[in-house]
Design a protein around this ligand. Structure first.
Ligand code: GTP
Ligand code: MG
Length: 137
């Protein structure tokens, strides 16, 4: 469908990249329909990344995602999920294409600046995790 969910992760917030990342998102034609500055609890992060709970980096991932504030947002555009994954680039910034958000702003495979939903179904689940209906415009 036409919506995806994103988070500007703690590394990018710490490094002063909120503005730069929002500029890339807007320039690429995404409309922000919901947005908040918030911090994940350990329980939130474990639930959000439950699909990775058996992976060796899970503890590190939860520590990282909870260590400081994030920006959570719902974005609207035709083909939103696929186009946003293209805009952010590969999980590992060393492998991300030139001009992508992760190439520009990420530090490492773990601290990779942004999240983007990987399917329409997950976009809806993840958006609802952070926003009520009256917070989406
Ligand atoms: P998200 O948009 O955040 O879901 O990233 P992704 O879809 O590109 O990657 P994936 O869902 O496979 O992994 C989720 C997150 O786990 C990544 O964005 C990283 O923050 C972290 N992660 C993935 N692989 C590694 C790894 O090998 N080491 C560490 N430390 N973290 C990893
Ligand atoms: Mg993912």
């Amino acid at each position: 469908t036409n919506r995806t969910f994103t988070m500007i992760k703690p590394d990018a917030v710490e490094n002063g990249h909120i503005g730069g990342i929002l500029e890339k998102i807007s320039s690429a034609g995404f409309k922000i329909v919901a947005m908040k500055y918030t911090q994940l609890s350990t329980r939130d992060a474990e639930a959000f990344y439950a699909v990775h709970s058996e992976r060796p980096f899970f503890g590190e991932l939860v520590e990282f995602m909870t260590r400081g504030p994030i920006v959570a947002a719902i974005l609207e555009k035709d083909n939103a999920v696929e186009d946003f994954r293209a805009l952010i680039g590969a999980t590992n910034p060393a492998e991300a294409a030139e001009g992508t958000i992760r190439k520009l702003f990420a530090t490492s495979i773990g601290e990779n600046a942004v999240h983007g939903s990987d399917s329409d179904e997950n976009a809806a689940i993840e958006g609802a995790f952070h926003f009520s209906g009256r917070e989406i415009f």
